[in-house]
Design a binder for this molecule. Sequence first.
Ligand code: F6P
Length: 308
Amino acid sequence: MNAGVRAVTRAAIYNGVQVKAIYRGYRGLISGEVVPFQTQNVSNIIGHGGTIIKTARCQEFHTPEGRAQAYETMQKEGIDALVVLGGDGTITGAREFSAEYNVPIVGVPCTIDNDLYGTDHTIGYDTALNTITEAVDKIRDTASSHERLFFVEVMGRDAGFLALNGGIASGTEYAIIPEVDTQDDQLQQIIQSGFRKSKNSSIVLVAEGAIEGGAMALAERMKKEYPQYNAQVTILGHIQRGGSPSAFDRIVASRMGLAAVEALLEGQRNVMIGIRDNDIVYVPFDKAIKIKKQINRQQLDTIRILSI
Ligand code: F6P
């Protein structure tokens, strides 16, 4: 996200537009945490994870009173357009706010879940995928040496992109994702795809939202139903949301941040910047949040076929 903050700041200044950074997202817009930014404010941040302007959940912005307060801050600070960086919640808030106050807003998709419709990439997804791949490579050393079955839980409350593509990238035997119903015989399938022929270890990626209780619950079931397999669990958790961003994420964030400023200068509003087939596109807020981005189920076959 820092690469995105840098790009928006510098692109605006390049175009003669003043920049004010709003700390802690909508919460800061309500409380007035606004800081004028020059090019130096975003120096040397492109390689750092997280966001220097912080982030926060904000229940108040869901209320008309909260949004009224936010609008007041904008008027007081002389802010006449917003670039918002975030995921589904951020874009939903932007849509509501712009409808009420007719404020020009352009969104930049930032979520490791990659679950926003209309864009091939969201900022953070590639870095998280690389983190998962690196972690699974390390876990595999124990899995294969000790001949164990590992359930590795990755993020994705509602979306399986990380589990699916993380599974392909790290050569796991199976991926359990929210988009595919958890079948009763899934454990059986896992056993079949993992422990057979030459295989004496197995790694299964589990998206946190795919199954109630996540990887822990799955491992408990496994222990009861197939006690002969030594099922272990690793939950990757928030390491997936941090660390130095990949080159790909930095490029995506830089292109999208610049595009967001250009879009506002062109008179665009209520659109999220996307990248499709390597081109910048404008995705209406409505579409970005209301249409479910489909997972490519054939990729489950990729995992299945390549892990024989
Ligand atoms: O929205 C992205 C996401 O990474 C989800 O997959 C995950 O459940 C959630 O964020 C975790 O966020 P937090 O730690 O803030 O609850």
